[in-house]
Design a protein around this ligand. Sequence first.
Ligand code: F6R
Length: 252
Amino acid sequence: MKKYTIYKCVDDKSFGLRAKSVFLNAVYGARFYPEAPEDLPRVVLPTGNTPLPFYSALRDMADDVPRFEYCQLDEYIGLSDGDERLFSEWLKHEVLDPLKITNRMIFNSAADPHSEVERIRDWYKEKGKIDVAVLGIGENGHVGFNEPKSQFHARANITNLAQSTISSNEAYGKGAIPKQAITLGIGDLMCADETILLVRGEKKADILMQALFGAVTEDVPASYLQDYQGRLTIVGDASALSKIPKSQLLHH
Ligand code: F6R
């Protein structure tokens, strides 16, 4: 059986604190830190409910979080600046403004999506890889907006959202969800030096087990993590980790 570093956290507070400490170690350990601003570690962060305790823990020490460059993971297509459904807006209020993270590689939801994807791909060609990718997982195994059947080698691309993703994101209560999005590809995530997968809630238990210990298949996008060569840490709560063999867990 594969071995992963998996932290099981007893409550949201310890989840947030554990995720924060794994994240800070990763950012401090990233290859560029602490050189010139243009060389800041490139960090991908997810939106969604899962990371909220983590972001709260980061805000509690906002002035002491090391500088990094925020790189957007995914975004809906076709929304105007300032729309509260935008993931960039969510992250801005939740974490980037409070932490005063000014270096931001944001996707433009209102731009022509094909040109925007080209721009993102060119940016990564020029800059290189992601240093730290913090990710959540969807109930269908998506990471970012890489829905089932996304290719493991794909770079930034336009994606049609699964109906289940649209429904779960409508539950965020911010309004109707566009049917298409731009996402970094699994090929981009695969190249990251370090990945921190955050997972909370019993709805994620089955898919997490499948992703980490089931077949490696594009039907379960997160199963790419089994082939991932970078450093991988999973931070979860007891419900999300309930299907994972006890021998795999580091208790917190
Ligand atoms: C959002 C993202 C998604 C979410 C996933 C889980 O930027 O990349 O893959 O991480 O849909 O969402 P929650 O945490 O709300 O269950």
